[in-house]
Design a protein around this ligand. Structure first.
Ligand code: PMP
Length: 305
């Protein structure tokens, strides 16, 4: 159970237990909602900052737009709602979850009667894939579920109903004893994790799938590409196959929840030496320095609390 004191709901902070919706809410039935996952970090200097708040809120707004709905708040208001929710809950380090959903109205699929409601909740959330994940790396399995075709899922949007694909894939591999799943697209190319983008080092070059594939335009992916370039590492945005992944010397996931997480095993095949490799380590350190302090070359990525 998520523990929190206050939730921001349609412009007001409410005691957490009172932030509820009706059983006839459109989104509860059909899954049409846009959401975000954002992290606030306590930095080495003691101050707290939300990482890339603006980009996350912009993506929330365009996710809603892709759903053919409009959130009735401006970007600045949504950013303030996130910060207010953190302050009300006295959180200096947290995961923030804004969600724009359709409330009660008619249930016809084409109905536009339901109001767009916006909520923001925030709560502490440690390492998403386990305490050891960042240090040792995780074990993953390729899912038997395919990432939807580009014209089936709207992959550039974080739409609640689309996450059934990810939830089924995650449950499948966790049930098999793995930490996370890799999703292939309908062509058989490597797409992403259930809630992460993927990178691999193959024959000494760093690859990640291009945005023309059915993957989320991850904000951590973008940050890691920038940090790689700043560290003299070229990133090739090119589709690749499952067998290239098996031959890769390094594989890692990026995402708000998992940050930069090394992968040490795929389908019982050891990645590289089984230890996180040098490029993974370098980018992990650069990312930590950006979010926690140490590399202050990206002040535009930080929204101080
Ligand atoms: N892919 C999917 C499907 C996701 O849900 C996420 C998490 N938002 C990511 C990738 C990583 O995106 P970001 O770095 O913006 O959190």
């Amino acid at each position: 159970m998520i523990k929190s004191e206050f939730a921001w709901m349609n412009g007001k902070l409410l005691p957490f237990a009172q932030a509820t919706t009706h059983v006839s809410a459109f989104t509860l039935h059909y899954g049409l909602a846009a959401f975000e996952g954002i992290r606030c970090y306590k930095r080495n200097d003691g101050r707290s900052a939300v990482f890339r708040l603006r980009e996350h809120v912009e993506r929330l707004i365009y996710s809603a737009k892709i759903c053919d709905t409009i959130i009735p708040y401006a970007r600045e208001q949504i950013e303030s709602a996130c910060l207010e929710t953190l302050r009300a809950n006295k959180l200096d380090e947290a995961y923030i979850r804004p969600l724009a959903y359709l409330g009660p109205g008619a249930l016809g699929l084409g109905s536009r009667e339901s109001p767009v409601e916006l909520i923001v909740i925030a709560f502490p959330w440690g390492a998403y894939l386990g305490d050891d994940a960042h240090k040792r790396g995780i074990r993953v399995h390729i899912s038997s579920f395919t990432r939807g075709h580009l014209n089936n899922i709207m992959s550039k949007a974080k739409i609640s109903g689309q996450y059934i694909n990810s939830v089924l894939a995650k449950r499948e591999v966790v049930g098999m004893g793995y930490d996370e799943a890799i999703m292939l697209d309908s062509q058989g190319c490597v797409a992403e994790g259930t809630g992460e983008n993927i990178f691999m080092v193959y024959r000494g070059r760093l690859y990640t799938p291009p945005l023309s594939m059915p993957i989320l335009d991850g904000i951590t992916r973008d940050a890691v590409i920038t940090l790689a370039q700043e560290n003299g590492i070229e990133v090739v945005e090119q589709s690749f196959t499952r067998d290239m992944l098996y031959a890769a010397s390094e594989v890692f996931f990026t995402g708000t929840a998992c940050e930069v997480t090394p992968v040490r095993e795929i389908d019982k095949i050891t990645v590289g030496s089984g230890e996180p490799g040098p490029i993974t380590r370098k980018l992990q350190a650069a990312f930590t320095a950006a979010v926690k302090g140490g590399n202050d070359s990206h002040p535009e990525w930080l929204a101080y609390l």
